[in-house]
Design a protein around this ligand. Structure first.
Ligand SMILES: Nc1ncnc2c1ncn2[C@@H]1O[C@H](COP(=O)(O)OP(=O)(O)OP(=O)(O)O)[C@@H](O)[C@H]1O
Ligand SMILES: [Mg+2]
Length: 283
């Protein structure tokens, strides 16, 4: 069953230049959908556009963005506020941005619950503690902490707890592990996978990490210069890509063993300019 259907999504910059050019994709209930592609291709702004969270200066136009049968393009800001957090939730690379530094995590989580539920203080507290426990943090303790009292890995786990707290149907994770050390990144990834399975939500996962795509994704979309150039199952994309750009993208990933002296350069055919050296990327 389709959970999200995006039809003809366009995004424009302040000077009316087109940044994303009429993309279409759909995500099924419970699936892990990976969105990959070169830097600047429009992955993040496309994800922001779904719940109308584009930064100032960017504008979205779409024929339809249907989530659970409801067209998000037709909702008012007040209606959108209700579905953010409950139906669709985000975790970002910049985990600092999930919380303001001025209040405890507990206070901030409490505010989110109050926005969506008419519960007593005790019920809200228990909900937040449980969400924190589910990402391996000591709920009661961490609830009282300020963001700066947590390590980067802990804070990203708390951000994940906040995102998953109201049990969204779609979790959008935009490079959630890029800013973390390898151990914390692996922990956050396996937590997302576990929570996805336990809660039955779908994940839109934006990443440069092909190992993670190999391990977790069900389907994959490839983005280049504001267009989705190829979509398919993980097996189709990784083993038998149709597009030259996808082949180049995959070829630019250095193997774990027997790394060649010179890695293929993504740029000539695929990017038409801005060359991306795989050796410097996260692939
Ligand atoms: N706030 C903004 N104002 C104007 N242009 C923007 C803004 N944010 C992004 N863009 C432009 O939109 C395009 C797509 O950016 P986006 O951040 O979605 O890329 P991305 O695919 O997520 O890249 P990365 O992999 O580096 O995160 C880029 O050309 C970028 O310069
Ligand atoms: Mg991005």
């Amino acid at each position: 069953m389709e959970l999200l259907t995006v039809c003809d999504l366009n995004i424009f910059g302040s000077d009316h230049c087109s940044l994303v050019h009429g993309i279409n994709f759909s995500i099924r209930a419970g699936e892990w959908f990976a969105l990959i592609g070169e830097s600047g291709s429009g992955k993040s702004i496309s994800a922001f556009a779904l719940a109308a969270l584009l930064p100032d200066g960017l504008r979205r136009e779409a024929k339809e963005i249907k989530l659970l049968g409801q067209d998000l393009t037709r909702l008012s800001e007040a209606e959108l506020r209700k579905i953010r957090g409950t139906d669709i939730a985000y975790v970002f690379q910049d985990y600092q941005s999930a919380f303001t530094p001025y209040f405890t995590l507990g206070k901030q989580m409490d505010e989110v619950i109050q926005t969506h539920r008419d519960w007593s203080k005790e019920e809200r507290k228990k909900k937040a503690w449980t969400a924190l426990n589910e990402v391996g943090l000591e709920g009661q303790k961490v609830y009282q902490r300020y963001p700066f009292q947590l390590s980067g890995g802990q804070l990203q786990r708390a951000a994940l707890a906040l995102a998953m707290m109201m049990e969204p149907k779609l979790l959008i994770a935009d490079e959630p592990t890029t800013a973390l050390d390898a151990m914390s990144a692996a922990t956050v990834l396996s937590l997302i996978a576990r929570l996805k399975n336990e809660k039955g939500c779908a994940v839109l996962f934006i990443t440069h990490d092909l190992r993670c795509v190999r391990r977790y994704a069900d389907r994959v979309a490839i983005m280049q210069k504001g267009l989705i150039v190829e979509t398919g199952t993980k097996e189709e994309i990784l083993k038998n890509p149709r597009e030259i750009y996808t082949r180049n993208l995959l070829a630019s990933v250095p193997p774990l063993r027997n790394v060649p002296k010179r890695l293929p350069v993504l740029g000539e055919e695929g990017l038409g300019g801005g060359a991306l050296y795989a050796a410097n990327s996260n692939f």
